[in-house]
Design a protein around this ligand. Structure first.
Ligand code: ROI
Length: 180
C-alpha cells in the first residue's frame, strides 16, 4: 500500500533550522519519490514560556509505509537525531516529526491519531502545510484553508525556503506573511 503522507517538522534546540533540514533530508529514506518541503517558519512556542522560538515546516512524502510503520520510522529518526524523551511535557526539543495526515486514514489510538490532533489548532503546522497543498482537505472534506483562515498567522514568521542559498532569516516581507 502506498500513500501520500504529510509530516510536521519542528525544533527549538541546537540550531533549529539545521535540525529541521536534517530531519527533512532523513525523510527521503522513507519515500518512494523526492520529498517536498514547505518553506521554513519561525514560531513562538506553544506551551511553557521561557523556551526558545521554534522552526517549523511540513514535508510531503509518497511512502509504501502504512501509518503505524511510518510513525515508528519517524520516531526512530527523532531518536537517531538526538531527540530525548525525558524532558518536560511541551518542553524544548531538538527534532519533532509529527505524522499529520496519511492519505484519508482516520484512527484514534494510544500511539497514533490521524489526522494529528494538533493539526487544526496550530498555525505553525497549517500554514506550511497549505504552502505545500493549498487545496488539501481533512478526510471529512473540510478544506484546511478554511481552518487556517480562522487561526490567523500570529506568532509565525517566514524564514528562508528549503535548499535556498545562504542561511538565516530573510528580510521582512512586505506582504502579510511576517506577522508577529
Ligand atoms: N510550539 C511551536 N511553536 N512549534 C512546535 O513545533 C511546537 N512543538 C511542540 C510544543 C512544545 C507543543 N510547542 C511547539 O511539541
Amino acid at each position: 500500500m502506498s500513500g501520500t503522507a504529510y509530516v510536521g517538522i519542528g525544533s527549538n534546540l541546537d540550531d533549529p533550522l539545521a535540525q529541521c533540514e536534517a530531519g527533512l533530508a532523513a525523510l527521503q529514506g522513507l519515500a518512494l519519490e523526492p520529498v517536498a518541503g514547505s518553506p521554513w517558519y519561525g514560531s513562538t512556542p506553544l506551551g511553557p514560556a521561557g523556551q526558545p522560538d521554534y522552526v517549523n515546516g511540513v514535508a510531503r512524502l509518497r511512502t509504501a509505509l502504512a501509518p503505524a510503520a511510518l510513525l515508528a520510522a519517524l520516531q526512530r529518526i527523532e531518536t537517531e537525531r538526538g531527540r530525548r524523551r525525558d524532558g518536560p511535557r511541551w518542553g524544548p526539543r531538538r527534532l519533532d516529526l509529527d505524522l499529520l495526515l496519511h492519505g484519508a486514514h482516520q484512527c484514534a489510538g494510544p500511539t497514533l491519531t490521524l489526522p494529528h490532533p494538533g493539526l487544526t489548532h496550530r498555525n505553525f503546522v497549517l500554514v506550511p502545510l497549505l504552502d505545500l497543498a493549498p487545496d488539501l482537505r481533512l478526510p471529512d472534506g473540510t478544506p484546511l484553508r478554511v481552518i487556517a483562515g480562522r487561526l490567523g498567522r500570529q506568532g509565525l514568521w517566514r524564514l528562508r525556503s528549503p535548499g535556498a542559498a545562504g542561511t538565516g532569516v530573510l528580510p521582512p516581507l512586505a506582504g502579510p506573511v511576517r506577522v508577529r
